[in-house]
Design a protein around this ligand. Structure first.
Ligand SMILES: C[S@@+](CC[C@H](N)C(=O)[O-])C[C@H]1O[C@@H](n2cnc3c(N)ncnc32)[C@H](O)[C@@H]1O
Length: 391
């Protein structure tokens, strides 16, 4: 197997279970590597550190899958990890038939995402090295889940950066255009081929549940960046008299309307608009709400984009605070690792000062438990939300 030695000083981080090695951190290779090839990683003196795969064309050149000398990377190891991930999910008692089965590094399977929607599974390979295990990933899923269909979704960024060439489509069985799943006591229509991510924002399940604690019958609620209405439906379910839900995607709103019908709810006002313009217009019109949830897409794909992202967040916090009635609640989320919880607190603090509204933190939420994060890898905690009462 290809032998890699890392530069002096890198070994402690790897011994602390951090599974990434950046290209400049490689001291030597026993020969020219092939893309996706398996490697043994050693410290500068030659002591074993781990087994992984390499892509010499990208910045995160090596991802380690095993820190155990007795456990090299084999199709059997991949199968075992998928089974462990499945058994872990079973112990979580997720109140839904849709869940993330494999969360990449969070399940010690860097480069692999698997989401389950009832009888269907969606697979996403985000690294070239992991995509070479497609066959064993598929056979493990068939064995463990016995699904009706498995769909491979393309992660466009990964395809461009890592050079994964496979086109997206059905890997096994049949996958209908729309799948109905349940979460808590609501049902959702999922459009796997055309929907964002693998079809649904599974990571917000706990936050969608939590919003129910804040909504009182008769409340006026606002779901900003609503996608297919995750928060809006829960608000309505709690008896909100009026819910306004805004998103830029017509497709997401069309699915949202179906979700409303599917759950025999009515009265959600679905608005197709740019959220920034829409919030400004609502504010100017003097509209006010009891509960406001703002769940934007990632504004910062890398650390260079953070200052701009924070300007966007500040504007959302200012508008959100102004639109929330005294005693009402406002939530804002970041799904980018680079925009941290502390950033959210900071922009909320600045916005609170600017609009002269005091805030009191009522809760902090994170990606739900089927998206595990590991302490040694801060990157695995990407979704953070802060919930405040606007005094
Ligand atoms: C993180 S998702 C929201 C997930 C949703 N809260 C849920 O529980 O399913 C972000 C959404 O923002 C939408 N979006 C992106 N840019 C937008 C913009 N400028 N204005 C309005 N919506 C936008 C996307 O279409 C996407 O549906």
């Amino acid at each position: 197997m290809l032998q890699v030695r890392v530069k002096p000083g890198i070994e402690d981080r790897i011994r602390g279970f951090f599974p990434w090695i950046y290209r400049p951190e490689i001291a030597s290779l026993s020969r020219k590597p092939r893309k996706g090839e398996l490697v043994v990683v050693r410290d500068f003196g030659g002591k074993f550190l781990g087994y992984g795969y390499i892509n010499p064309e990208v910045s995160i050149a090596i991802r380690i899958l095993s820190f155990d000398k007795e456990e090299p990377v084999t199709p059997e190891l991949i199968r075992k990890r998928i089974l462990e991930a499945y058994n872990y999910r079973k112990r979580l008692y997720i109140n839904s038939n849709a869940f993330r089965l494999v969360h990449s590094e969070g399940d010690l399977l860097p480069g692999l995402i698997v989401d389950v929607y009832g009888e269907y599974a969606v697979v996403e390979f985000t690294t070239y090295g992991m995509s070479l295990f497609r066959d064993v990933v598929l056979s493990s899923l068939l064995e463990i889940l016995r699904p009706r269909g498995v769909y491979e979704k393309t992660n466009l960024t990964a395809r461009r950066v890592e050079g994964i060439e496979v086109e997206e489509g059905v890997l096994y069985g049949e996958v209908p255009e729309e799948v109905i799943i349940w979460e808590h006591d609501l049902r959702y229509c999922i459009n796997i081929p055309q929907g964002q991510k693998t079809g649904f924002f599974l990571d917000q399940r706990n936050a969608r549940r939590f919003v129910r604690d804040l909504v009182e019958p008769g409340d006026r609620c606002l779901d900003v960046f609503c996608h297919t209405g995750g928060f809006a439906l829960n608000m309505k379910k709690m008896g909100a008299s009026e819910v306004v839900a805004v998103d830029l995607s017509e497709l997401a709103l069309a699915v949202g309307r179906k979700n409303e019908e599917l759950n025999r709810l009515s009265g959600i006002n679905w608005v197709n608009a740019n959220a920034f313009d829409f919030l400004r217009d609502l504010d100017r019109a003097g509209e006010r709400f009891d509960v406001v949830v703002i769940d934007p897409p990632s504004f910062a794909k890398n650390r260079h984009a953070v200052p701009n992202a924070l300007r966007g967040y500040k504007e959302l916090c200012v508008r959100g605070l102004r639109l929330t009635k005294p005693g009402g609640y406002l939530a804002i989320f970041s799904c980018s690792f680079h925009v941290t919880e502390q950033h959210l607190f900071d922009v909320m603090t600045q916005a609170s000062y600017d609009v002269r509204r005091q805030v009191r933190v009522v809760a902090r939420t994170f990606q739900d438990k089927d998206h595990p994060w590991i302490l040694q890898m801060p990157n695995t905690l990407y979704l953070k939300g802060i919930w405040v009462e606007v005094v």
